[in-house]
Every structure is written in structure tokens, then in C-alpha cells.
Design a protein around this ligand. Structure first.
Ligand code: GLC
Length: 421
């Protein structure tokens, strides 16, 4: 029997040398907005082309909870997932558990992508992931409502508050009880870290930890910024925002219940979708400055695809990553779901720019986005947690920003080496 089987195998190899057996891969690729659907379409296209199958692993929407799920799987050496989507702030946290993709991706492919992202994905010389899409915080606004009340798109946060108040006053009189001024991601999770970094940077209050490793979070400009936003809660900003992630903010805005929204590019395709009540009524711009001498800034976000070290099929998994991160698929994803490509030449593609004009007009916002303090390496998640908890305390009325930031500073210094990173 053994002989017969061995013979059959030899015959199969002889007659179909290039035909590998169909394999099944598992990919974890996000669940905010259209993320899962659009990933599935791409994965299925690859599966059809190669004769394999791909299954999606379900993941929570909260980036921090996703991280916990992957860390658990990887710590257990699990082969249950082959391709993992990695947040731009994770490479320093999990590099050891990924395959070095340099063996599968040549310089010709890598040089097409934004180089700072490729660099960010390279840890101690190991390329742990390929850029998939990039992100920066943006301001969405209701063009129709601003026009109705003679308001211009705001260049400062203070102007945003004034405009929101003017619109709210008029619309409330006209009987719209549900309308609120501004929604963002205010829950105590990674999204709040992104929002609060934007507030602080826009007031020129630095970046939590600076590029040389000094903890800078406790300064008067940073405190002014956080107190400013805390002062809006219950006023122009509904209290419910303190429990909002990306999708809660988008749902409120898309239903026509908010004048302004801070969100990532993915919201563009959805708020302009066929069934969206606000389709065609939305403008998008860079986030406002923290006062006349502040700066306009957006936090750098975005996701990469890496291959788990525990995958039974790393070579095939790398082929799936190559397909999903390639130019054709990145363009498709931008057209159907407004995910910003990481391949530079796509920003000159007329079809893509027609569907997403902001990708051209706000190009500088994406290229100059402010990074979170990943200089803190393996401790980034702790740093982010301490920071946003301090911000959240202020937003919920538990102390002034100056006192809370002082406590955050002490915690970050004790996490870092000798008070410094
Ligand atoms: C977006 C960003 C990601 C960030 C997350 C926070 O998905 O791309 O970088 O960590 O939002 O909610």
C-alpha cells in the first residue's frame, strides 16, 4: 500500500510539477466600517487566482483589543492565523513573532511604497510587514449647514466651536433636537490617544515623548489643549462621545446628527455611499489649528500586513500579502472604500483622485502626519494607555489637565529608562 501511494505521489509530481495542493490560509484584517468586506473581496480574488482558499479571522474593532488577541495567539505559538494586520504603532511591540519578508519582497516592490512606512516596518533589519494603507486624522463637515448659516470651514478649533454654535442655534430653533456640534473618538482606547495627540500638537504642545526620548507631555500648551476639549463636553460635544470609537462617531455624522466629525479617511466612502443621508453634503479638510499660531496636524495611522512566524505556509502567506498590498488591489480598495494607498504613484491616478479628491488636496497632511511616540518601543502600549487615561480623566471632569498631565509624566518617566526613553 505504502509503495502504491508513493508511486501515485511520484506520478502526480511528474505530471503536474507546478500544481501544488490547494491550501487554506487564515488572515486577520480588521472590522471597522468596510474593512472586513473589502479585505474578503481581495482575499477571495487571490484565492481564485491561485486555487487556494482564505478564511477571515474575526477581530474586535478596538485596535488595542486586537493587539491583545494577537499577542495571546502569538505567545501560544498558534498556527491558527497566517497573515496578521499590524497597526503602524505595533512593529516595536511584536517584531519577534513575524517572518522576515525581505526573502519574498525585492527592492523593486518596496521602493514603490512611502519609505518612512517601510522603515517603520523594519525592526533591527528585519522587514516584518508590507504597508497596506495609511491614515491621518481629518475633519469632516456638513457643507450644506455651514453654507446655510454663512460659516466658512474652520481653520482653528476656536472657529469650529463658533461655527458649530451658530449652526446649532439655528437648527434647534428649526426643530432639530438631535443635532450636535462635534463628534470624535473619546472613549479611553487607542483612538483617544490619536485624537488627543492631535489636540496637543495643534496647540504646539509637543508629541508626548519627543524624538530624542524626553517625556514632554506635561507642558502648559498641552494642558491648554486638553482643557479646551474638556470644556466642550456636554456643550458643543455630546457627553456620549466619551464612549465613542470610530464607528459611533461616523454613525452619528452619517445619520445627519453632527455638524463636524474627526475621523480617518475610511469614513469618506461611507458618508457618501448610496444609502447615506448626507451623501454629497460633506466636506473634508485638514484638522484645525489650536489658535491662530497653532498648527494643523493629523495623527499618523495605518496598517500593514505581516506573516506570522508560526504559519505553516509562510511562502504562500507572503504571496497573499504581495497580492493584497500590490498596486491593483490598493487602487481597488481606494475606489470602493477610500483607504489611502501606500504606493506613491497611485496618488497621481486620475480615477482614484476623482473618487477621493482629498487624497490629492490633503496629500501634505498625510505625508506630514504626526507619529505617536513609538520611540518607546515594546512599551508603547503602556505609554499610550497612561496618556489616554490621563486625558480621559480630564474629559470626564476628574481634575484639570495640568495636574493629570503631571501624573502622566511621572508614570511615563518611570516606564522609561532613567526618566528618559
Ligand atoms: C485607525 C488607525 C490606527 C489607529 C486606530 C485607532 O485604524 O489607522 O493607526 O491605531 O485607528 O483607533
Amino acid at each position: 500500500m505504502k509503495k502504491v501511494l508513493a508511486g501515485l505521489a511520484a506520478v502526480a509530481t511528474l505530471f503536474a510539477p507546478g500544481l501544488a495542493l490547494a491550501e487554506k490560509l487564515v488572515i486577520a484584517c480588521g472590522s471597522v466600517g468596510q474593512e472586513a468586506d473589502v479585505c474578503k473581496q481581495g482575499a477571495e480574488a487571490w484565492a481564485k487566482k491561485t486555487g487556494n482558499t482564505v478564511e477571515l479571522m474575526s477581530v474586535p474593532q478596538d485596535a488595542g483589543q486586537q493587539l491583545a488577541q494577537f499577542q495571546q495567539l502569538l505567545a501560544a505559538g498558534s498556527a491558527d492565523v497566517d497573515v496578521i494586520r499590524i497597526d503602524v504603532v505595533w512593529p516595536g511591540l511584536m517584531a519577534n513573532n513575524f517572518v522576515d519578508l525581505k526573502q519574498y519582497f525585492g527592492e523593486d516592490v518596496l521602493k514603490e511604497h512611502f519609505q518612512p512606512i517601510v522603515k517603520n516596518n523594519t525592526v533591527n533589519g528585519k522587514l516584518i510587514a508590507i504597508p497596506w494603507f495609511t491614515d491621518a486624522g481629518l475633519l469632516y463637515y456638513r457643507k450644506d449647514l455651514l453654507e446655510k448659516y454663512g460659516q466658512k470651514p474652520p481653520t482653528t478649533w476656536q472657529e469650529l466651536v463658533q461655527s458649530a454654535k451658530a449652526v446649532l442655534e439655528g437648527e434647534k430653533k428649526a426643530g432639530d433636537a438631535k443635532l450636535v456640534g462635534f463628534v470624535f473618538q473619546g472613549k479611553a482606547y487607542e483612538g483617544l490617544t490619536c485624537n488627543a495627540l492631535e489636540w496637543i500638537d495643534s496647540f504646539k504642545g509637543g508629541t508626548i515623548v519627543d524624538s530624542t526620548g524626553n517625556v514632554t507631555v506635561n507642558n502648559p500648551k498641552a494642558a491648554e489643549a486638553i482643557d479646551f476639549f474638556a470644556g466642550l463636553v456636554g456643550n458643543v460635544v455630546p457627553k456620549g462621545v466619551l464612549n465613542y470609537q470610530e464607528e459611533e462617531a461616523r454613525n452619528a455624522f452619517q445619520a445627519g446628527n453632527a455638524v463636524f466629525m474627526r475621523n480617518w479617511p475610511y469614513a469618506w466612502a461611507l458618508v457618501n455611499g448610496k444609502d447615506s443621508p448626507v451623501a454629497g453634503k460633506v466636506g473634508v479638510m485638514a484638522l484645525p489649528k489650536g489658535g491662530a499660531d497653532g498648527k494643523s496636524t493629523g495623527t499618523l495611522g495605518g496598517w500593514q500586513l505581516g506573516v506570522s512566524k508560526f504559519s505553516k505556509n509562510p511562502k504562500l502567506a507572503a504571496d497573499l500579502v504581495k497580492y493584497l498590498t500590490g498596486p491593483e488591489e490598493q487602487k481597488r480598495r481606494a475606489l470602493v472604500a477610500s483607504f489611502n494607498p501606500t504606493i506613491m504613484s497611485l496618488y497621481k491616478d486620475p480615477e482614484l483622485l476623482k473618487a477621493n479628491p482629498f487624497m490629492g488636496s490633503l496629500y501634505d497632511t498625510f505625508v506630514n502626519a504626526v507619529p505617536r511616540p513609538t520611540i518607546t518601543g515594546a512599551k508603547y502600549n503602556q505609554v499610550s494607555t497612561e496618556f489616554r487615561n490621563g486625558v480621559y480623566a480630564t474629559l470626564t471632569g476628574k481634575g484639570k489637565a495640568a495636574d493629570n498631565l503631571k501624573k502622566v509624566e511621572a508614570k511615563l518617566q518611570s516606564l522609561g529608562k532613567g526618566g528618559k526613553w
